[in-house]
Design a protein around this ligand. Sequence first.
Ligand code: ARG
Length: 486
Amino acid sequence: MPHTPASQPSHDQLATKAQAWSALFSEPMSDLVKRYTSSVFFDKRLWQADIAGSLAHAEMLAAQGIIGAQDLADIQRGMAQITQEIESGQFEWKLDLEDVHLNVEARLTQLVGDAGKRLHTGRSRNDQVATDVRLWLRGEIDLIAGLLSELQLALVEVAERNVEVILPGFTHLQVAQPVSFAHHLLAYVEMFRRDAERMLDARKRVNLLPLGSAALAGTTYPLDRERVARTLAMDGVCQNSLDGVSDRDFAIEFTAAASLCMVHVSRLSEELILWMSQNFGFIRIADRFTTGSSIMPQKKNPDVPELARGKTGRVVGHLMGLITLMKGQPLAYNKDNQEDKEPLFDTVDTLKDTLRIFAEMIGGQVNPATGAKEGGISVNAEAMRAAAQKGYATATDLADYLVKKGLPFRDAHETVAHAVKAAQSHGVDLSELPLAVLQGFHPAIEKDVFDCLSLEGSLNARNTLGGTAPAQVRTQLARHRARLAA
Ligand code: ARG
């Protein structure tokens, strides 16, 4: 039906978005274009931020004398009802009203009349949507930071039980030197700590207020933007209106931090998958994180870590999507930006689910009856030890031993290579070679060599800050405990 500019639509008729803005349009949108341009079915998840932003704006408009006290009261009453309608599932979201902003505003006008129409004074959907996304993302970052703490805590708990458990450390996936399993887990704690820091640093740039930028150039009304920022607990206001409505760097930055975090999860996943395989047999994860095979009855597949590794690609893809979305846009707002939401939402959902499931898979779940955590990963210390004994993991220790006896390191390295070759040809470990045989490689070798050829001796010797010696690992554990409790 062609739009008729002659008659003013009543509030009840404000059902299509063409009616929401103008008499200028001579024909309605086709259904396909409506579907193509609308965002309500995904951006409705911003409704709480949208209402919070509107209430802060309205309160400021009233304080500045731009709208009346009665208008403010009407807006507050209307928004309270809308909140209740959305929460109870009664709110009718209309595709015709394009997005969350127009849906809420149209319903407000339906409920409270002219006051609803005054809400948009000095505001545009351009600064409104930028504000909503920032408010919403701020809350999500706080949740993610909490989940990252839980995951770190789960790793610390497992590490505390496994300081003396030794597994082979790898480089090039070849046995390199023995390490404490706790030390290995604490490497991931460091990664997730940095991820949390990155999130909280990005939060500083997320938590700034675009509202008051209006469509692009600011507004003719005497707004108090600082007041709105305070009401919304934001750290400040965007200082340039063109920038405020148009850049989505804060969302890109968040997604980059999320991608890195997923990359860390993915590396851990890869290790869990390897460690669970029959060839390693280092750990088990609880059955509820695995699935069987429909054809091979013996299988228990590590589906959760595999999916996390797979979902990492999805999140990195969202980063590519968002950054590419931004690259060709002239100032200021362009509708392209509506495309920021689905990748951002999916990044948040994927990351939160992944962190939650990993914290539980690794650390277990609190049993309400006993208060103790149950069902985290279980560790096969014997299998780890056997693997560490297999690959001449203490060869470097023998070289270091010879250096301490006065050999230049390069010569020691060469001497030990001969010893390893001999041990290999006899199918034994270095520590299993008789002293006389070892002395054949260098006369400086004495009985005390066996201290450094043991796995424990090798670990204890790496007692530098950040090293794998149990004493160092315990220091680090205490540091993480204190930090995570703070
Ligand atoms: N739904 C839009 C978005 O997500 C809101 C802003 C629309 N602004 C406009 N001028 N069409 O970006």
